[in-house]
Design a protein around this ligand. Structure first.
Ligand SMILES: NC(=O)c1ccc[n+]([C@@H]2O[C@H](COP(=O)([O-])OP(=O)(O)OC[C@H]3O[C@@H](n4cnc5c(N)ncnc54)[C@H](OP(=O)(O)O)[C@@H]3O)[C@@H](O)[C@H]2O)c1
Length: 173
């Protein structure tokens, strides 16, 4: 599995993937954050600032096979590299659009590799219950970087925008 970045969605994806026995490759803009994800079980690390063609690097790390699943949070800014990183018949879960919302997508990659792209905007109640069951079964606990009192919600958003966090930012209610 390939996981993009070290935010709340991606770190949770890493935790679930490791609990399911997957080999997980993580990208980040920061070597320090990558070191933290190594501690959380990431198998391979790529700094996407230093390695612009990180899709090719994922292929090299997987003996040219590519990733079975990609957790895609970058959107159009990263989709082309994610498609390069995915294996033939691979799956890309399109969950976020953190980068530029428009960009070039090489449609021939999609065709040639028989890729499946699944858009998702908040799962169903069934998904939530299944996730809670998985949390209870595995003992996974969310990685909370910092928490703020509810009244300081604006500070929480400012902290998120500063991009210093790894994992989740929580509000105390
Ligand atoms: N579809 C849904 O149901 C759903 C649910 C929740 C969230 N989302 C969306 O999913 C995305 C991630 O949410 P989040 O809560 O995990 O955000 P977050 O905690 O703010 O994490 C964002 C992280 O993504 C990485 N990142 C930012 N720009 C990137 C880029 N161009 N390429 C690769 N990585 C990049 C950065 O990691 P590094 O600092 O390590 O580089 C950043 O820390 C957002 O777009 C959010 O709106 C969707």
């Amino acid at each position: 599995m390939l996981v993009l970045g070290t935010g709340g969605v991606s770190v949770f994806a890493l935790q679930f993937a490791k609990a399911a026995g997957a080999r997980v490759i993580v990208t980040s803009s920061s070597d320090e954050k990558l070191a933290r994800l190594k501690e959380l079980g990431a198998d391979e690390l790529i700094n996407y600032r230093k390695t612009a063609q990180w899709g090719e690097t994922v292929r090299e790390m997987t003996d040219s096979a590519g990733a079975d699943h990609v957790i895609e949070v970058g959107g159009a800014a990263t989709l082309d590299q994610s498609m390069t990183a995915a294996r033939v018949g691979g799956h890309i879960a399109v969950i976020g659009s953190l980068g530029n919302p428009t960009g070039l997508v090489t449609v021939t990659q999609l065709l040639r590799k028989h890729l499946r792209l699944t858009g998702l905007l908040v799962g169903s109640r069934r998904h939530q219950l299944d996730m809670v069951r998985a949390l209870n079964a595995t003992g996974i606990r969310p990685v909370i970087d910092r928490h703020f009192p509810l009244e300081a919600m604006a500070d929480a958003f400012r902290y998120q925008a500063s991009n210093r966090h790894v994992g989740k930012i929580a509000l105390d209610i």
